[in-house]
Ligand binder design. Structure first.
Ligand code: NAP
Length: 252
């Protein structure tokens, strides 16, 4: 049987790591990519200890040549990429008066253009094979949630929704589905950062105001990504699913 492949950006920690482990459990060959080398190798080791198949490649999603090279390697080794998960992202706290062009550009280069680069690299071979799924990780900040001092992040995450819709329309006739997830408050290094996000105490304090009464775990998002990649979602494209425990529909 032909092996199914998935490539995930930012998969050394957090949501990307949980996604890598979830796909490995489903029998995928998992390309774990990240700028964090030690963490990426650890994910591969964990997957292999559990009997799965994974490969680590250091990958900075701002480098188009490097993104193309990783995708081409998978295509050469396995015939194609079945699933792309464009997950890598940063969320730096920058008050508007300190928001230089460089800070704006860096966040958009990673969070939005990084997703575009992954999709652009994988699309030609997916089109030839008439199959493939591309999933990008947005945020509640891209859909409905205002996050002050993070306007570059919010704009990038909102941009991902447009990217998903445009790609879904363009690639759908070739059998390629493009979808997204928009996580709420998920317990990862990003949300636990005191400097750039809520930090542990503020994060924990949010739990009671979430209808499902808890902070999300990376696995909560990974399982929805897995669903979107699966045949169970075969008639879903162009959509971004909120994975937020009901945070954004709460009243009062
Ligand atoms: P995380 O734990 O910080 O993981 C993100 C990973 O991406 C890290 O390994 C990070 O490395 C890596 N990365 C940063 N810049 C990169 C680049 N240029 N190329 C490749 N990898 C890069 O964050 P997470 O919470 O799991 O977030 C995963 C995705 O979900 C992000 O897109 C994030 O914006 C989104 N999200 C998260 C939450 C949440 O509550 N956690 C909510 C909504 C959306 P460094 O650690 O070195 O930066």
């Amino acid at each position: 049987m032909e092996e199914r492949t998935v490539v995930i950006s930012g998969a050394g920690i957090g949501i990307g790591r949980a996604t890598a482990i979830a796909f490995a459990k489903q029998g995928y060959v998992v390309y774990v990519t990240d700028i964090l080398e030690r963490e990426g190798h650890e994910v591969v080791q964990q997957i292999e200890t559990q009997g799965g198949h994974a490969v680590f490649r250091k990958l900075d999603v701002t480098d188009s040549t490097a993104v193309d090279a990783v995708i081409q390697e998978i295509e050469k080794e396995f015939g194609g990429v079945d699933v792309v998960v464009a997950n890598a992202g940063i969320a730096h706290r920058v008050p508007l008066e300190q928001m230089t062009d460089a800070k704006w550009d860096l966040t958009n280069d990673i969070d939005l253009k990084g997703c575009f680069r992954m999709a652009r690299a994988a699309a030609p071979r997916m089109r030839q094979r008439k199959k493939g799924v591309i999933i990008a990780v947005s945020s509640i900040s891209g859909i409905t949630y205002g996050w002050g001092e993070h306007v570059h992040y919010s704009a990038a995450k909102a941009g991902i929704l447009g990217l998903i819709r445009g790609l879904a329309a363009e690639l759908g006739p070739d059998g390629i589905r493009v979808s997204g997830v928009a996580p709420g408050f998920i317990r990862t290094a990003q949300s636990l950062s005191e400097e750039h996000s809520m930090g542990q105490a503020k994060l924990d304090a949010q739990a009671s105001s979430i209808p499902l009464q808890r902070i999300g775990e990376p696995e909560d998002v990974a399982d929805v990504i897995l669903f979107l990649a699966s045949d169970a979602a075969r008639y879903v494209t162009g959509q971004t699913i909120l994975v937020d425990g009901g945070l954004t529909i709460r009243q009062g």
